[in-house]
Design a protein around this ligand. Structure first.
Ligand code: AMP
Length: 140
């Protein structure tokens, strides 16, 4: 069995809460961060990870989330600039080996990649999936 990883998920909205729940139920160690206390109510009742309340653009909040010890950081807030700021801090200041960022504006995706941040657009991924579905039905 692979050893337990330590994952920090930033943003506990619809995307972050889903990720934190799944990662925690997989047996990995998780900290989820959000600036709104209410956001944690989106977590499943059996969520066993940690929660940190605070604005993740503040270094002290990332420190409380133990970002410098993370194997993976996922920046999943609803703000591109916030996600990039967190990702660059995690990657370059804390040396986190793997950093993924939720991004809606994909124009700078390649640039983020060069900075060591895997930038993903949920909208673009869903669009690809829908297009595959349409094509699959047409080919069937
Ligand atoms: P959603 O779009 O539903 O995935 O929600 C995005 C989440 O990101 C919300 O719960 C916001 O409170 C959270 N969020 C946005 N900016 C920050 C920030 N600077 N620090 C921590 N959480 C944030």
């Amino acid at each position: 069995m692979p050893s337990q990883r330590f994952v920090v998920v930033v943003g506990c909205g619809r995307l972050g809460a889903l990720l934190a729940d799944r990662i925690s139920s997989q047996g990995d160690s998780v900290v989820v961060v959000d600036r709104e206390e209410d956001a944690f109510s989106l977590l499943a009742p059996d969520y066993t990870g940690f929660k940190v309340e605070g604005d993740a653009t503040e270094v002290e909040v990332l420190r409380r989330a133990n970002v410098e010890k993370a194997d993976i950081v996922i920046a999943a807030t609803n703000g591109d600039n916030v996600n990039i700021l967190i990702s660059l801090a995690a990657r370059n200041l804390s040396g986190v080996p793997r950093v993924l960022a939720r991004i809606s504006n994909m124009r700078r995706q390649a640039f983020y990649g060069r900075l060591g941040v895997e930038a993903l657009s949920p909208t673009a991924i869903v669009a690809e999936y829908f297009l595959d579905q349409i094509d699959g039905r047409r080919d069937a």
